[in-house]
Design a protein around this ligand. Structure first.
Ligand code: PBG
Length: 331
């Protein structure tokens, strides 16, 4: 026996015993990632044969309807159960009319997907910002987004998505009372069985920047701080979530994900509903940019990010990494 082993303390824990091989590490892993918990966002646009890569989000595309069946087939083969649809309208106006047009781009995309791949869950983003000429998430009156005038338009949008066949509607506008308004409108229209996945705690975040390029939805004046949350407020985030649950939300979302792992963990402790986290465009773009520059290992970084979001307590992760992560997890 060598001298140094004799000088060791009498008892200490050998954590390294269970880290010695991949098999042992796999066996004791506490947090497991699966594509079954992923939701993949899709940007749908008018036109034919459009597959336009988004500058700010390498590897993500604006897609025309004809591209959707192949996309759905790829997701099925990867074991990803759901998509989240965002639409690029043919034209924008003050009231965001294409959002609730039964022949709007999202409504058509829902029908295309449900026909091509009935088993794929189609979730729709319910918001006006992609459809309004001013780029705000509601009706603007005297330079300010009017909460109560926006509610009927959101409700109408949700009903038209449900009519087109959406499996879940996901309001992301952050108006007060929208979950109650949407629930009531869905019930009255005969869609009592359609769930609401509410962006309950959504902050005014710099990390949506790349998305606004993708969805062409940047506000034309001001910012969204009058309706989206201040990232500094954690207790208020819990009250937002609580209110959405009381109003009838079936799934709640915390967004963005990485700067809010604490909020995800708190929400997990406090509420028993399924909890989703949105790993947003800026989080995706950061990893892509650093990987492209050779600053980090893309595969390891991506899986680490997704594992952290899952470990914090999210059941569902909405992520642009869904397809590549599913591939890596299957290797
Ligand atoms: C629409 C909406 C936004 C995102 C999802 N829904 C943009 C915003 O609020 O400005 C952001 C998603 C992302 O960054 O990936 N209101």
């Amino acid at each position: 026996m060598t001298t140094h082993t004799r000088t060791l303390p009498a008892a200490f824990r050998r954590f390294r015993r269970l880290r010695r091989s991949r098999a042992l590490r796999d066996l004791v892993r506490e947090t497991r990632l699966s594509p079954q918990g992923f939701v993949y966002p899709l940007f749908v646009t008018h036109g034919d044969n459009v597959r336009r890569e988004i500058d700010s989000m390498p590897g993500q595309y604006q897609l025309s309807l004809d591209q959707l069946p192949a996309e759905a087939e790829e997701l099925r083969s990867l074991g990803i159960p759901a998509v989240l649809l965002f639409g690029l309208p043919a034209s924008k106006d003050d009231a965001g009319s294409e959002a609730y047009d039964d022949d709007g781009i999202v409504q058509r995309a829902i029908r295309t997907l449900k026909q091509a791949a009935p088993d794929l869950a189609v979730i729709t983003d319910v918001c006006l910002c992609e459809y309004t000429s001013h780029g705000h998430c509601g009706v603007v009156v005297d330079g300010e987004v009017d909460n109560d005038q926006t509610l009927p338009l959101l409700a109408r949008t949700a009903v038209s998505h449900a009519q087109a066949g959406a499996d879940i509607v996901a309001p992301s506008d952050m108006m007060d009372g929208r979950v109650a308004a949407i629930r009531q409108a869905l019930d009255e229209a005969g869609f009592a069985a359609t769930p609401i996945m509410s962006y309950a705690a959504k902050q005014a975040s710099a990390f949506y920047g790349p998305f606004r390029v993708a969805a062409e939805s940047a506000p034309q004046f001001g910012d969204r701080r009058g309706y989206q949350m201040d990232p500094a407020n954690a207790r208020e985030a819990m009250r937002e979530i609580e209110a959405d649950i009381e109003e009838g939300a079936d799934i709640v979302i915390v967004k963005p994900a990485l700067p809010n792992l604490d909020l995800i963990a708190r929400a997990r402790e406090r509420f028993d509903l399924p909890l989703a986290a949105y790993n947003v465009s800026g989080e995706y773009a950061m990893v892509k940019a650093a990987a492209a520059a050779g600053y980090l290992d893309e595969r390891l970084a991506t899986l680490e990010v997704l594992t952290a979001i899952r470990r914090a307590g999210a059941d569902i992760i909405i992520t642009y990494h869904a397809k590549e992560a599913a591939r890596w997890l299957g290797e």
